[in-house]
Design a protein around this ligand. Structure first.
Ligand code: NI
Length: 176
């Protein structure tokens, strides 16, 4: 199975609104498998389809220490939430960046699993934070949107510079 390319902020495609999955087909399951493999390889604890340039409402998450508890959320909806918690978050689309984000502390969520069956889940702790972070991606939102404009701009410029330097390095290497 191929690893998928992860879009890097400020790529505009990260701003697209993902559409609900109408039917959970074999193609969707193949995409889920590829997304999971990409997430584990990165390594990361969550990945939204938006980040691999597929604009459908699909998330894969594994917040377990052992990396053996893959969770799949298709068309996830947060039905209710309680409390507030602030954590330093990271994101595969913003390598090397950490930012404090305020989230609901616990959530009740409904979604479909990889077989297309509906389920509900009560989540708290890291799982709840991760689900909210990934749902933001489906809505075209990234964690730096929660920061002040000044900090946001600084991070944007820093990442653009890094991406530019990497492109130059790659171009140099292939010229040899
Ligand atoms: Ni992210």
């Amino acid at each position: 199975m191929p690893l998928l390319d992860i879009l890097l902020y400020p790529d505009r495609r990260l701003r697209k609104q993902a559409k609900p999955v109408k039917q959970v087909t074999e193609d969707i399951r193949q995409l889920i498998d590829d997304m999971a493999e990409t997430m584990y390889a990165a390594p990361g604890i969550g990945l939204a389809a938006t980040q691999v340039n597929v604009h459908q409402r699909i998330l894969v998450i594994d917040t377990s220490e052992e990396r053996n508890d893959l969770r799949v959320f298709i068309n996830p909806i947060i039905d209710s939430g309680q409390g507030e918690t602030e954590t330093e978050e990271g994101c595969l689309s913003l390598p090397g960046i950490r930012a404090p984000v305020m989230r609901l502390e616990s959530i009740t969520l409904s979604a479909k699993d990889r077989l297309g069956d509906e389920f509900t889940l009560v989540a708290d702790g890291l799982l709840a934070i991760c689900i909210q972070h990934e749902i933001d991606h489906l809505n075209g939102k990234v964690m730096v949107d929660y920061l002040s404009r000044l900090k946001h701009d600084r991070i944007r410029k820093h990442l653009l510079k890094e991406q530019h330097e990497q492109t130059v390095r790659h171009a140099g290497a292939s010229a040899i």
